[in-house]
Ligand binder design. Structure first.
Ligand SMILES: Cc1cc2nc3c(=O)[nH]c(=O)nc-3n(C[C@H](O)[C@H](O)[C@H](O)COP(=O)(O)OP(=O)(O)OC[C@H]3O[C@@H](n4cnc5c(N)ncnc54)[C@H](O)[C@@H]3O)c2cc1C
Length: 473
């Protein structure tokens, strides 16, 4: 019998409860990563789940994990396959038990159940959240809003977050069983997916994938540059290094554990004093936590057009698809400079500020009138930090079918741009064609006016904004 440590979104070695669990079980250990082959298969709109920036981050994270495991004397087996079929077949030839992270998304839960029904013993270990399933602070029903959730979690000075464990001392490597898998290797597939994508010069901040880089950045962010000291004031900015923590991709792939980040912030508070900024970073981690437990509670409902069905009655059927609007979105040619700049940044870098994400989601849902799930899938393809719970939870929230008791949020793209990009710096950065225009000229383009100043190839807006949007101050 061997213990397969099946890595999914927990690509690290330090503070890794999966390895501790494997050490406790005592059998020889085989670390495994299965890249689910369906991630590369296009869905109905031609989008798959593995865009180029995301593939690059995953490739770097796996390379780093492989190096760290090999320093513990453990090889990392990597395959492209259907995880359920692969593990069941393997079990038939090589008796094994599996140690893996607690399931988050419904499809992860399905695979774990399928393995168990085939007689595989699976130990699920909490590795992705601050709280643990054995000590949740809400009595029985999951809170319907974030503020109720936060109040319960913060009661009595909480949350009490367990200290992450260090690296386990001794693990005996298992012999690698023979593999019959005709798919391309993980590295070959990721190289092909990554294609010619590389970090562009415009990407003023770019964190490579992997635990090593993530730990270094966390240290720099908190203790060297101390960017956290202005977090609450700058977190809504659109451009520049250190306006927000940029920890999302490392958290999404588990290069860092959220418990580790939480305790690092507490250490910062001990060293430099707690204030509204350090509290606010922990507050944002509670948003992540909220969406993670919500996904476990509501499961696949978050993927329905009508969402979670907690508050208002949502229409059961999605709006008619509008191919012209959708292509303009996908090409970042909506004709609204602020929207196009955000679309360009996301496509070029795989990252976008929280403010930018809120604006894009609101625009797609409330101004273009498209099915919110299209936008969520598009984000899933592009975002290096894609996280099922946070992405789908936030989209549903803005669409008014998630946890927002007010029934959805529209952000005026005009006012948002005027407030958050007062010098037009962000816009000119991502739209060089508009570089010589004044901010007022760009505003005229935004309202389909100002034909004189329109650069030749810049499109007219694909949608007229409501009159109320014209008032900007
Ligand atoms: C439509 C939409 C889609 C999103 N999709 C994702 C996603 O796929 N993955 C993802 O990690 N975040 C997602 N977010 C949340 C948020 O935009 C990003 O976490 C944040 O912009 C990442 O940058 P940062 O690490 O510098 O964030 P910081 O502001 O430094 O926040 C620190 C951490 O707190 C967490 N966090 C912050 N805001 C949120 C939030 N609103 N919801 C959940 N967690 C939050 C993240 O883990 C983040 O890394 C989405 C938000 C919106 C509006």
């Amino acid at each position: 019998m061997i213990t397969v440590v099946w890595f999914r979104h927990d690509l690290r070695v330090q503070d890794q409860p999966l390895l501790h669990k494997a050490a406790e079980l005592g059998a020889p250990v085989l670390p495994l990563y299965v890249l689910p082959e369906h991630w590369t298969q296009p869905g109905p709109e031609g989008m798959d789940r593995l865009g180029p920036a995301k593939a690059a981050f995953l490739q770097e994270s796996l390379a780093d994990l492989e190096t760290s495991l090999s320093s513990l004397g453990l090889p990392l087996v990597m395959v492209v396959a259907c995880p359920r079929t692969f593990l069941i077949r393997w079990h038939e030839s090589t008796p094994m038990q599996v140690v893996t992270a607690e399931a988050d998304a419904p499809e992860e839960e399905d695979v774990i159940q399928a393995l168990r029904s085939e007689g595989v013993v699976v130990s699920e270990v909490a590795s992705r959240t601050l709280l643990s399933s054995s000590s949740l602070p809400w009595p029985d029903r999951f809170p319907s809003t974030f503020s109720r959730f936060r109040k319960q979690v913060e009661r009595e000075g909480g949350p009490a977050v367990m200290r992450p464990p260090g690296t386990p001392a001794e693990l005996t490597p298992a012999e690698v069983p023979a593999l019959t898998n005709e798919r391309p290797s993980v590295q070959a597939l990721l190289t092909a997916r990554r294609g010619r994508w590389q970090r562009v010069p415009e990407d003023y901040f770019s964190l490579p994938g992997g635990e090593t880089a993530a730990r270094q950045w966390l240290d720099q962010y908190l203790f060297e540059d101390r960017f956290i000291a202005h977090y609450k004031h700058t977190r809504n900015q659109l451009i520049g290094t250190g306006y927000s923590s940029r920890l999302s991709a490392a958290l999404a792939w588990g290069c860092l554990s959220v418990r580790h980040v939480w305790h690092a912030i507490l250490e910062y508070e001990q060293a430099f004093g707690a204030d509204q900024h350090s509290y606010w970073l922990r507050f944002e981690l509670l948003w992540r936590e909220f969406f993670h437990w919500s996904l476990r509670e509501h499961g696949a409902h978050v993927f329905r057009y009508a969402g979670l069905g907690l508050f208002a009655k949502a229409p059961a059927s999605p709006p008619t698809h509008q191919p012209a609007l959708w292509s303009a979105w996908c090409e970042a040619r909506t004709g609204l400079p602020f929207i196009d700049a955000n679309l360009k940044e996301l496509m070029a870098t795989g990252y976008l500020s929280n403010r930018g994400r809120q604006n894009l989601a609101s625009f797609l849902i409330h101004d273009l009138g498209l099915d919110w799930r299209l936008g969520a899938r598009w984000f899933e393809h592009h975002l290096v930090d894609h996280d099922v719970a946070s992405n789908w939870g936030n989209w549903a929230y803005i669409a008014g079918v998630g946890h927002d008791a007010q029934g959805g949020r529209r952000f005026s793209p005009t006012r948002q741009w005027w407030r958050h990009d007062p010098e037009g710096r962000y816009l000119r950065y991502w739209l060089p064609a508009l570089r010589d225009l004044s901010r007022e000229q760009c505003l005229a383009l935004h309202f389909a006016a100002g034909a004189d100043a329109r650069p030749d190839d810049y499109p007219v807006p694909i949608v007229a904004l409501p009159d109320a949007d014209r008032e900007v101050t």
